[in-house]
Ligand binder design. Structure first.
Ligand SMILES: *[C@@H]1O[C@H](CO)[C@@H](O)[C@H](O)[C@H]1NC(C)=O
Ligand SMILES: *[C@@H]1O[C@H](CO)[C@@H](O)[C@H](O)[C@H]1NC(C)=O
Ligand SMILES: *[C@@H]1O[C@H](CO)[C@@H](O)[C@H](O)[C@H]1NC(C)=O
Ligand SMILES: *[C@@H]1O[C@H](CO)[C@@H](O)[C@H](O)[C@H]1NC(C)=O
Length: 174
């Protein structure tokens, strides 16, 4: 088989065009860390923690909580129209659904519902830093039900919460 130089040039141009698209990080994990800057190795992020979905009692929304080493698997996410999407088991582990993040508002947890959401206000700044209405700062880790540490946006609970950043990453820190 013989390729002309022109064909090869076209081929490599289309390959790099694909690689340069922001959809490169289509499918990502979310981790919490004390630092806003990205690192090449997520294990080296300051005070890094992996996150997982959490199904609290008596409410339809799933939350995001911190999870230490020893987990089975981590949820992955995509972001479109200001909304995070992830696939998770339904109530009582029956079926699987595409969960979508609800509009993030001050004083509430980051929440996911198995229904269509239309008013998403999330984005990735520089392709990795999760923002709410364009703001990078405001995420907090708060002590919650069943001693879980869950993700909130601008909680007013000064004693039970600490500030954090949410990074979209390719690989788990541990
Ligand atoms: C990332 O850093 C951790 C801890 O510093 C190290 O154990 C691990 O091998 C590194 N991973 C890669 C892919 O370089
Ligand atoms: C993302 O998560 C889903 C559901 O757990 C899983 O089936 C899929 O393999 C994951 N994709 C990647 C790229 O990790
Ligand atoms: C989540 O949102 C997507 C895209 O808007 C939609 O296709 C999907 O049906 C929603 N999930 C559920 C369970 O309704
Ligand atoms: C603040 O957080 C602490 C620690 O989790 C909790 O005991 C307390 O009830 C919270 N206060 C409010 C007002 O939510």
């Amino acid at each position: 088989m013989k390729f002309s130089t022109f064909t090869l040039a076209l081929l490599s141009a289309s390959i790099s065009a694909v690689a340069a698209l922001p959809t490169e990080l289509t499918n990502f994990l979310l981790v919490t860390t004390n630092q806003a800057e990205a690192t090449s190795n997520t294990s080296n992020l300051k005070a890094v923690s992996a996150t997982s979905l959490f199904d609290p009692y008596n409410q339809p929304a799933l939350l995001l909580r911190l999870i230490g080493p020893g987990y089975g698997s981590l949820p992955n996410f995509t972001l479109s129209s200001g909304t995070l999407h992830t696939v998770a088991p339904g109530p009582h582990g029956i079926g699987t659904y595409e969960y979508n993040s609800t509009t993030v508002t001050a004083g509430q947890e980051l929440q996911f519902l198995a229904s269509t959401q239309t008013a998403g206000n999330l984005a990735l700044s520089d392709g990795y830093l999760l923002t709410v209405d364009g703001e990078k700062e405001g995420w907090m880790i708060c002590e919650g039900q069943l001693s879980s540490e869950t993700l909130w946006w601008k909680s007013t609970n000064a004693t039970g919460c600490e500030k954090t950043f949410l990074h979209a990453v390719k690989s788990a820190p541990y």
